[in-house]
Design a protein around this ligand. Structure first.
Ligand code: M6R
Length: 616
């Protein structure tokens, strides 16, 4: 959950670190800190509780001497509250060594006791300080920072990325990772380390992956990667597919607003190059080809918004490919002894590719013989590395903590997978696949229409909802995952209690929540769909209206039946049953953002959250 950046090179280290941290702040914003080694061999650190801006202001008021070696950290607190003292870096070797950490060192209490028994004293409540003191102690004995890192990581349990530097070794930063992200940025006479490529994409688009249980030592002119035992390991370079401006606000008031506006593009780019003459082309899945005809079951794993995208994937894959699909929250999956075999395809869905719950579930699935496919938005991240195959979504960098454009890209990728499965298994013929693909290809233009027609309208009516305490979301069939997504978004950015329900479930209990004035947002399926859901959902609206609910309906442009029973109707263009959620979700994203904005909240960095949840 924390953001980590390291730098060695000729440029201003403070500028590189602060620039990198700014792009990584979505990972955590409880505190920030940097350590910089001057050419005169002075190791300076500065760390402050609160968002990065507080550290930056502090450095403006009282500058730290600059240098050419440094590390920086932005924290999402786990052990110890968000205070200056608990902020990273932490020091070892009598203040000559600085270390930063992402993850949790699970055996820290036992290691701390050993250090205390040996006479060490601690200045923070973190698990991290244990690692700083341990690396410092081994460095004192060996005089080699890489060796010190190797010896210490061998004793650590849990998930961690560590970066360390020492005042006696200018121009060197050593990193290590286990189940926590770290990527190398390759420059010209300079090198970088970062939790993800956003940390250095402003300086270089050449990047290199680091595998699990590996150690990297960067110097301005070299990069060495070994396993934890010190043996060299093969590395893989890749080119970052987007540039720095894609991760900037570019004049938008918030990343969330910008990213909602990019939803049409996210769908379009995820389709790009994958549809040819009415057929799906997914060379990424070549390694799984035999497996795809052989599987008898699909399990989709994800958390939060990614899990809701997975639920839509279930509807599509079952409809088109006629394979049973289960969708499960990653953190529940491996603890319930799931039934898996080599005929199970486990599809993980993750924007960041670093969600620890999903990563562990994928590893578990692999260990238990399943085939694994990852649907992911972040190159160089861990979940794709751990999977048999990856289908990248091309939503571009998503910075706001609330996931928006990644959701529609994930649904698009799952739909491509569903149509691919249908084609290879022969459950749809070529013409049927082509017809569905045509619908999918029409979505970006329809999304443009939704944005154009709904954005200002929702902005107009949300202020009168500003003091509302609770909002319910109802949907049926594919509208149900969208209702869950709308409720999640409202909770996380507007801090309003919200629940999503399957509309048919209402009468089984939740209708008791309806009292005069209760706001209910209802996703109404198009009356043109062949299923008979439209009249049923309209009846649900009447039932809650009769009990005093205020209804905001999301309904198709031509639907005349809804308006008499709704207080507000947000219109979306027609789309086939499986495609409607890609349109209906956008007003809900806008609604959450506008309501949060009306309440004066920071929509990009909501309280208590981090974009990438790298702890279990
Ligand atoms: O990076 P991931 O897609 O794996 O993240 C999964 C969830 O943590 C994420 O979707 C979370 O629910 C979002 N903040 C929702 O907006």
């Amino acid at each position: 959950m924390c953001g980590i950046v390291g730098y060695v090179g000729p440029n201003s280290t403070i500028d590189v670190l602060l620039g990198g941290l700014k792009r990584l702040e979505y990972r955590g914003y409880d505190s920030a800190g940097i350590a910089v080694l001057t050419d005169e061999g002075h190791l300076g650190t500065r760390k402050r509780a609160g968002k990065l801006g507080i550290l930056a202001d502090d450095l403006d008021e009282a500058p730290l001497p600059d240098g050419h070696t440094g590390i920086g950290h932005t924290r999402w607190a786990t052990h110890g509250g968000p205070t200056d003292g608990n902020a990273h870096p932490h020091l070892g070797d009598d203040g000559k060594l600085a270390l930063i950490h992402n993850g949790i060192i699970e055996n820290f209490a036992e290691l701390k006791q050993e250090l205390v028994d040996a006479g060490a004293s601690f200045t923070s409540e973190t698990d991290t300080e244990v690692a700083a003191l341990m690396v410092g102690d081994v460095y004192k004995k060996t005089g080699d920072l890489t060796t010190a890192m190797q010896r210490v990581v061998a004793r650590l349990e849990g998930a961690f990325t560590l970066l360390v530097m020492h005042q006696d070794v200018p121009g060197v930063v050593v990193g290590a990772r286990r189940n926590s992200p770290l990527v190398i940025g390759l420059g010209d006479g300079e090198n970088f380390l970062g939790s993800d490529v956003a940390a250095f994409v402003e300086h270089t688009k050449r990047a290199m992956e680091i595998g699990q249980d590996e150690i990297v030592t960067i110097r301005p002119g070299s990069v060495e990667v070994t396993d934890f035992a010190g043996n060299p390991v093969p590395t893989r370079e890749f080119e970052v597919a987007w540039d720095a401006t894609a991760a900037e606000k570019g004049g938008w008031p918030s990343f969330m607003k910008k990213e909602i506006s990019e939803e049409p593009e996210a769908v379009g780019k995820t389709l790009l190059g994958r549809v040819h003459e009415g057929a799906v082309t997914l060379p990424e899945l070549d390694d799984l080809t035999g497996a795809l005809t052989d599987i008898d079951r699909v399990v989709i794993l994800g958390c939060g918004t990614a899990a809701y995208a997975g639920m839509l994937g279930k509807y599509a894959i079952e409809t088109w490919a006629r394979i049973p699909v289960d969708v499960e929250l990653s953190h529940e999956f491996r603890y319930r002894d799931p039934v898996l075999s080599e005929r199970t395809l486990v599809v993980s869905v993750s924007q960041s590719g670093e969600t620890m719950d999903t990563l562990m579930a994928v590893k578990y699935a692999k260990e238990n013989g399943a085939r694994t496919l990852s649907i992911c938005n972040t190159q160089g991240s861990t979940i794709p590395r751990e999977s048999d195959a990856v289908l990248y979504t091309h939503a571009g960098p998503e910075v706001a903590v609330a996931s928006t454009k990644a959701f529609v890209a994930q649904v698009t990728a799952l739909y491509l997978l569903g149509l691919h499965l249908a084609a290879v298994r022969g459950t749809l013929d070529a013409a049927q696949v082509a017809a569905q693909l045509e619908e999918l290809q029409n979505i970006p233009a329809k999304l443009d229409q939704v944005l154009e027609s709904t954005a200002s309208r929702i902005a107009e009516f949300t202020p009168w909802l500003g003091d509302t305490q609770s909002v319910l979301f109802l949907g049926r069939h594919v509208g149900y995952p969208v209702a869950l997504e709308g409720a999640l978004k409202l909770k996380e950015v507007a801090y309003i209690h919200a629940e999503g329900f399957a509309a048919g479930e209402l009468k089984h209990g939740p209708i008791a929540l309806i009292e005069p004035g209760q706001i209910v947002i209802v996703l109404v399926p198009s009356p043109r769909h062949e299923n008979t859901l439209h009249p049923k959902v309209v009846s649900n609206i009447q039932e809650i209206r009769a009990r005093g609910a205020r209804v905001i309906a999301i309904a198709e442009l031509g639907d005349k039946a809804v308006a008499p029973f709704a207080d507000e109707v947000i219109r979306i263009p027609y789309a086939g049953p499986l495609f409607e959620p890609l349109l209906g979700v956008v007003p809900l994203h806008i609604f959450a953002m506008e309501l949060a904005t009306a309440k004066g909240l920071d929509v990009d960095q909501p309280r208590n959250l981090a974009k990438s949840v790298t702890v279990e």
